[in-house]
Write a new protein. Sequence first.
Length: 102
Amino acid sequence: MKPSDLRTKLLRAAQQEPPQDHVPCAFEKRIMAQLGRVSPMDVWAAWGLPLWRGAVSCVAITLLCGAWSLAVPASRDSQDSFAQEFEGTILASLNQHVEDAW
């Protein structure tokens, strides 16, 4: 028998059966017992685990960047040229005349 035919027959049989008002014996007691076992969710624990994972990954990235900066030899020429370019950029406004600014 095909699953679709079986499904159709089961739905037809369920629709022909009238709904019952009968509740199984001690149903509410069983449900209340199950609810009593459930502990409330700890919000701090739910937030704590992802935050600690994020902190660990940030520390790992920081250590890797620090190790990389120590491993790469620094060239003195690039530092001197950076200082000169930085000073030229900062003092560029002092080199302009007031008439040229307008």
